[in-house]
Design a protein around this ligand. Structure first.
Ligand SMILES: [Zn+2]
Length: 183
């Protein structure tokens, strides 16, 4: 799935409810979720993609624990840490439902969707979303973004709108990306 889908999912599922429950911590809740949805894919640049910063189990468990802490002792830091970890855990777990990390994921030649650290093995892609930038991936970004844009005005709407534009462009050009880079 596209990073915009992961970011929108984290905002919708974790950032928005936390922001509505504790409006005084709306900003840390939403920023934490946004960054958590994005952060795992930074391992595109360092280490092994879908492994080094993807923790489907550990980040999710840590997120649940920190969410309990945030509920008992709410603060900007605890709320942001909770939505960040939950968003990062969801990102890693949902990569399982997409395609592999290969350059042309629609060819389905790689069995590596995301690394399952506790089991020390890769999960096979489930292809519920056929590949990142597939039309259904864009629809997911759209469906998860619209409620967030509706609920929160101002800068949140700007960020979500920018994400939608990026997602639309990426979806439009996705199949041509490997050829453009000559790989
Ligand atoms: Zn990912």
């Amino acid at each position: 799935m596209m990073v915009t889908t992961h970011a929108a999912a984290a905002l919708f599922l974790f950032g928005s409810p936390a922001a509505l429950l504790a409006p005084q911590f709306a900003a840390p809740a939403l920023v934490g979720a946004l960054l958590g949805g994005i952060a795992p894919d930074l391992d595109l640049f360092v280490g092994t993609h879908r492994k080094t910063l993807h923790f489907p189990v550990y980040a999710s468990l840590a997120g649940v624990l920190v969410a309990v802490v945030a509920a008992l002792a709410p603060s900007a830091a605890s709320v942001a840490a909770a939505t960040f970890l939950l968003g990062a855990g969801l990102h890693a777990a949902s990569d399982w439902f997409g395609a592999s990390d290969e350059l042309r994921p629609w060819e389905r030649t790689s069995p590596r969707a995301v690394y399952l650290h506790p089991a020390k093995r890769w999960l096979k892609p489930l292809h519920v979303v056929r590949y990142d930038g597939a039309p259904e991936d864009f629809l997911l970004t759209l469906a998860l973004s619209l409620p967030v844009a509706y609920l929160f005005g101002g800068p949140v709407r700007v960020v979500v709108g920018a994400g939608l534009l990026v997602a639309a462009a990426y979806t439009f050009f996705r199949r041509r990306v490997p050829d453009v880079f000559g790989v």
